[in-house]
Design a protein. Structure first.
Length: 436
């Protein structure tokens, strides 16, 4: 599983296990969810896992865009905590495939779970079934801890697995054992090496200051290049509520201060400058040196000028720390102002965050992140508690792409995506905002 549960910076929609259902050739992937839960179906929590220390007894809902009149739905009560139950039986997984193929055509099946796919007891049987249908297989986020031995990796490749997303952390076996609870790190790394030699492999590295950064990070990337991996995505560690730990489980690790956003971006840049000619390097929540995502249009003055000319109304956009400087530049010298709260990732903004907003900064029309964990009615109450009657709306679902998604796109494709998204947002601003 994606151990850090990264969400987008304003509303790009990329989050836990969202790989945009597209591979490098632009062909659609069928997503199969095996369910499973962190800590239970993954061989035990990694020290840095977003879901460690979470108390799932009688969970209270946060509210979200999926709620109806009452606050609380399956997503903001259970799914956000990955309360999925155990892995589903093999016939249920096969049924997912059959049902989807009845309604559509796919080139590849992406097998994912709330736990770790390497621990799914029927993984080889499922892959064999999919392979017999003539479909290739993308093995979603796995740490490799659940593979019995190298033969398992060989069997999976023979059964049609040609793409793997692997949570590496480090190629140093001792670090994997200590930080990932990997009982046999040499075996896991041997499987990773085999996948790199025979599949398209995207490697995820959650970065812990003083642990797997610095020279250790460089050594890991060197190993991955030597083995034949295709891409590396660095993932910023979250350890405080403002970083995105909204489940009441901060801090995950005592006495560790994650890299600042600026420090993290510099690490991504430095790594790209050293190894970018050999392997695709990107980071989340930022940044992708190849495409300039997220918010690649913020580097393009001509595009910004054209977009700004289309704004005909006033509005306020509420966002988080990571997106704030980008959105501020994009809407500079326009009737749209941008207000931030102290939450790095905008889609993890909650009602408590909205309570900190200075209402004097808000215009009559206010846009909140589309995936913010707050009920629509509560957001309206909080942002109108001074007696004004502001219209509170959710923004565009996907404004940009982070490194977890942009790594499979060209710079031109990312710019085209963002231009279309911002044009859609501006249309909403012009429709709902006060005309100037």
């Amino acid at each position: 599983m994606n151990q850090n549960f990264n969400y987008d910076v304003f509303g790009s929609g990329f989050g836990h296990e969202d790989e945009f259902n597209k591979n490098n050739n632009g062909k659609s992937q069928l997503l199969i969810d095996l369910k499973g839960e962190p800590g239970k179906n993954c061989g035990g929590f990694c020290k840095f896992c977003y879901f460690r220390k979470v108390n799932n007894q009688n969970p209270e809902p946060y509210g979200c865009k999926n709620c109806t009149f009452q606050m609380g739905c399956d997503y903001c009560t259970y799914s956000v905590r990955e309360i999925n139950g155990d892995f589903i039986p093999l016939p249920f997984a096969i049924q997912q495939v059959q049902n989807a193929l009845f309604y559509g055509k796919y080139e590849k099946v992406n097998i994912t779970s709330g736990g770790d796919t390497s621990f799914y007891p029927y993984l080889e049987e499922l892959c064999e079934y999919i392979n017999n249908l003539g479909l290739k297989i993308h093995l979603g986020y796995t740490s490799g801890k659940g593979f019995k031995n190298i033969q398992t990796a060989k069997n999976l490749v023979e059964c049609g697995v040609d793409e793997v997303t692997f949570s590496v952390f480090s190629t140093n076996p001792e670090l994997r054992k200590e930080w990932m609870s990997d009982p046999d790190p040499e075996k896991s790394l041997e499987c990773l090496k085999y996948f790199c030699e025979n599949c398209e492999v995207h490697c995820a590295i959650i970065l812990i200051p003083g642990v797997n950064d610095g020279d250790n990070l460089k050594n890991t990337v060197k190993d991955l290049i030597e083995w034949g991996a295709n891409a590396v995505i660095l993932m910023r560690f979250a350890n405080k509520t403002e970083h995105g730990l909204i489940l009441g489980n901060a801090p995950l690790i005592e006495n560790i201060e994650p890299h600042s956003v600026g420090e993290f971006k510099s690490i991504v840049e430095d790594l790209y400058n050293e190894f970018g000619d050999k392997i695709r390097i990107s980071g989340t929540p930022l940044y992708d040196p190849v495409t300039n995502a997220p918010f690649a249009i913020s580097y393009e003055d001509d595009i910004l000028e054209n977009l700004r000319k289309k704004i005909k109304a006033e509005a306020t956009i509420i966002t988080g720390n990571v997106a704030y400087p980008f959105l501020s530049k994009i809407f500079e010298n326009t009737p749209v102002n941008v207000v931030k709260v102290d939450k790095d990732i905008s889609d993890l903004i909650t009602g408590k965050d909205l309570e900190t907003v200075d209402l004097k900064e808000l215009k009559d029309t206010v846009f909140i992140p589309p995936n913010a964990f707050v009920h629509d009615r509560l957001a309206e109450e909080i942002l109108n508690r001074d007696g004004d009657k502001r219209m509170v709306l959710r923004g565009v679902e996907k404004l940009t792409l982070d490194g977890e998604v942009s790594g499979i796109y060209t710079k031109e494709e990312v710019l085209e995506f963002e231009i279309n998204a911002f044009e859609e947002l501006i249309e909403k601003i012009n429709f709902f905002g006060a005309l100037i």
